[in-house]
Design a protein around this ligand. Structure first.
Ligand code: FES
Ligand SMILES: [Fe+2]
Length: 364
């Protein structure tokens, strides 16, 4: 299968449809795209104090990697494997406070909060022990605004290359003080390939056809697309009189009334900044059920509660269901013998083209 995508947008054709249909290719996508990219590991609200530890299963249904976060006595944060190096038990299953060690519940092996093995009952006579791999495996961690990110295999790009452009553009937003609102956590699951959901997110061309409510809240004549190496931005301006950032946090928008910053980071993270705060969406392929099952985790981080439910970031549930219905119909359509690949609308689908080019590069 040839996943190559012509760099010239106006001539290019979309990805080979086998990418969305071939079940054997899904594992490859998990390893090449998801294991090698910076994945959101949740927020750090439970890890404020020294001695706090919390399990985090990375991408359940896809990578299924049991990890844990630990804040040591000196305040340093560590990302570790949550799998005991003895016989492989998954150790922690709930956050804990005031720990100085992590103890495996199976045979009592103990580890420091930086992963170092401290004690292994029954191993007094073991030779060549402990080896470096008897300590807990460590994963790289990045902390942005109280959110943790990790990559469990050699990342395709540095964290700075992926998130630096957003961090700079949104430096004026006090992300650290946004608060998670668990009551609005939503997990959506549907029968469409994860990349169809991402593609749909990356273009505004469908908005007037699929989202009548959202169309009324946006000035679609002033919708802008910007690309960075591993991320991109859709900037939506508010209609006169409608809710907007005040003033816009990005220096380049001074004087413009921004309704929303829709940021996407390769391959599966969406960070939607609205005047009320952040709606974070993590797109996860679910294996074991064919190529076409996806879960999207929606998490809300509130900055100005009094502004929720208004403007572009108002009716998120409704918009989500409209998008899901559209991409599920695409998944069905792709199976048709009459459809092979499509083209990109040059003024509207440059970000879809960028996404496909990044996929082609990472899968090669
Ligand atoms: S599996 Fe952890 S101590 Fe044996
Ligand atoms: Fe949409």
């Amino acid at each position: 299968m040839n996943l190559a995508v012509n760099p010239e947008l106006a001539r290019a054709e979309t990805l080979d449809k086998a990418f969305y249909l071939d079940a054997a290719l899904q594992r490859v996508q998990h390893e090449r795209l998801f294991a090698r990219s910076w994945q959101w590991l949740g927020d750090l609200e439970a890890l404020q104090t020294p001695g706090s530890v919390a399990p985090r299963d990375l991408l359940s249904g896809c990578l299924d990697e049991p990890l844990l976060l630990a804040r040591d006595a000196g305040g340093a944060l560590h990302g570790l494997s949550n799998v005991c190096t003895h016989r492989g038990k998954r150790m922690l299953d709930a956050p804990m406070q005031a720990q100085t060690q992590i103890r495996c519940g199976y045979h009592g092996r103990r580890f420091a909060l930086d992963g170092q093995m401290l004690h292994a009952p029954g191993f007094q006579d073991a030779l060549d022990f402990p080896r470096p791999c008897d300590h807990l495996a460590r994963v790289p961690l990045a902390d942005w605004g109280g959110h943790a990110f990790t990559a469990v295999a050699e990342p395709l790009a540095t964290f700075e290359a992926c998130f630096g452009p957003l961090q700079q553009r949104l430096a004026a937003l006090p992300l650290h003080s946004f608060r998670h609102d668990p009551a609005s956590d939503r997990d959506y699951e549907f029968d469409a390939h994860w990349a169809l959901y991402v593609e749909n997110y990356l273009e505004g061309l469908h908005i007037p056809f699929v989202h009548p409510g959202l169309t009324a809240a946006l000035d679609l004549g002033n919708y802008r697309y910007e690309q960075q190496a591993w991320s991109n931005l859709q900037l939506a301006l508010a209609r006169p009189g409608d809710l907007a950032f005040d003033p816009a946090p990005g220096a380049s928008e001074q004087g413009q009334r921004v309704a929303a910053y829709y940021y996407w980071v390769f391959p599966n993270l969406m960070l939607n900044f609205y005047p009320w705060g952040l709606s974070l969406n993590q797109v996860i392929p679910i294996s074991g059920s064919g190529p076409a099952r996806t879960r999207v985790r929606f998490r809300s981080y509130v900055w100005k509660p009094e502004l929720r439910g208004q403007g572009a970031g108002g009716a998120l549930d409704e918009v989500e269901l409209e998008d899901e219905a559209a991409v599920c119909e695409v998944q069905r359509g792709l199976r048709s013998r009459f459809y092979q690949r499509g083209r990109y609308a040059p003024g509207h689908e440059a970000l879809v083209h960028q996404f496909h080019r990044l996929i082609a590069q990472a899968m090669a």
